[in-house]
Design a protein around this ligand. Sequence first.
Ligand code: PPE
Length: 312
Amino acid sequence: MKSDYIWINGELVSYKDANVHILSPTLHYGLGVFEGIRCYDTVKGPAIFRLKDHVKRLIDSVHILGILDFPYTHAELCGAIHETIRANRFSSCYIRPLVYMADGPLGLNLDTSQTAVSIATWEWGTFLGEEALDKGAKAIVSSFTRLHPNVTMTKAKITGNYVNSVLAKTIAVRSGFDEAIMLDTEGYVAECTGENLFLVRNGKIYTPPRAAILEGITRDSVIKLAKDLGFEVIEEQITRDQLYMADEVFVCGTAAEVVALREIDYRSIGLGNMGPVTKKLQQSFFETAQGTGPRSDEWLEHVSYAEASIGI
Ligand code: PPE
C-alpha cells in the first residue's frame, strides 16, 4: 500500500507524514466517507476509470452522511486525484479518497468536527486473487444481515458501514471461502461485502434492485456492457435458492473487477468454473478499462504526466 505521496487537504505529504490524531472522531465513531477508484495502464498511458462518477458518489456520500462544511468542489477533487497519481508516477493504481474528521472534540454530533480530505494511491493487484479471476471464487451466504437503509445508509460509502462487511468477510475467509454473500433484512440477496452480484439463467442476466445496496459503478458498467452485447438485464429480487439454480453467478466492484462465483454454500454453480457469459463480460470490462473497448473513450480519463514536473 506504499506510495511516495498522499494528498491531504490540498498538500502532497510524504507517506510517513500522512497521519491523523488519535482523537479524530472518525477513528472513534466511523464518521467518514470514502471512494475506491482504479487507474488502469492503457494503450494510451494511465487512465482513471469513471473518475467523474466516483467523485460524484463521494460528494453524494458526504451529503447523505450530512456533512455541512465540505470544502471541495467536484472539479477540485478530480484535479487532486490526477495530481496524486502524477506525483507517485504510477501507471496503474487503486485510488482511495477519504473524507474524515481531523479534529475533535469527540461527541456524537457531526457539526462539532472539522472535515478533512485525503487521497491515497497504491498498486493493488487482483483483489480476490489471480485464480479467482480465472476460475471463479468460493462464497458462502453470511449469517450477518446487510445493513438496512434506516439503520445506516447503504447508498453512501460510510466508513462505519464497513464493520458489517468486515464481520461477514472475516468469518467467510476463516471458514475457507473467498467471499460472503449478504442478504437484506427481508432475506433477499443484497450484495457481497465489497461487490455487487449478478446471476445468469437461460441466457438472461439478473441483479438485485438498488434499494438495499450500494449503487456500484462497476455494476452500472456491467449492465451497460451487457446490454451493448445484446443481453437482457433484469433488476429484481433474488433468493438464495435462485443463486444455487443459476447457470452462472458473478460479482463485480472496483477492487474485485469481474469475478465468477464457482461455488456457493458448498453447491457448485453451473459447471463449477467461470461460465461463458461471465467470461464475455469480464473480457469486455477489461477491454474497456484497458483502453480498447467501444466505451473506453467515454469512461477513461487519461492522466497527463506532462504537467508532473511543475508541481513536484
Ligand atoms: N458493494 C459494496 C458494499 C462495496 O463496498 C463496493 C465497492 C461495491 C458494492 C461495488 O461498487 P463499485 O466499486 O462502485 O463498483 N467496494 C470498494 C471497497 C473494497 C475494499 O475492500 O476496500 C471497492 O471495490 O473499491
